[in-house]
Design a protein around this ligand. Structure first.
Ligand code: HEM
Length: 95
């Protein structure tokens, strides 16, 4: 376990493509969401069964942009929690 894996809220500025996200999901069996162009690996959160909104909605959203869901259902507490799962920034092909 390296330092950056312990403190996911301050990793190196890694750029992640949609292809890499798909590989993490399909090959590594991770659960990944995107919020405001930041990529989060929430597998540990799902495994812990701690989500007040239950696991189903997290699993359904695997690999997708959840920016609106975060705004719709959540307080700043959820956003603070999310920082621990941050793994990098989505490569924006449009810019
Ligand atoms: C992926 C899409 C997500 C959906 C659709 C979703 C949905 C929900 C729903 C329906 C609730 C219950 C709200 C209520 O009881 O009134 C909830 C609560 C909560 N969720 Fe999520 N959630 C999502 C992602 C996340 C993520 C990624 C985190 C944090 C890592 C998170 C953390 C929380 C927390 C802490 C609460 C309790 C309310 C609060 O303090 O904000 N959720 N969520």
């Amino acid at each position: 376990m390296n330092f950056f894996k312990l403190f996911h809220n301050c990793p190196p500025n890694k750029q992640i493509s949609m292809k890499e996200i798909q590989n993490k999901i399909e090959i590594d069996k991770r659960i990944i969401i995107i919020v405001q162009k930041k990529v989060y690996d929430i597998t540990v959160f799902v495994d812990s069964n701690l989500h007040p909104g239950k696991n189903d909605c997290l699993i359904k959203k695997n690999g997708t942009d959840c920016t609106e869901d975060l705004k719709k259902f959540h307080s700043s507490k959820a956003n603070d929690l999310l920082k621990f799962f941050y793994i990098g920034d989505l490569i924006d092909n449009k810019s």
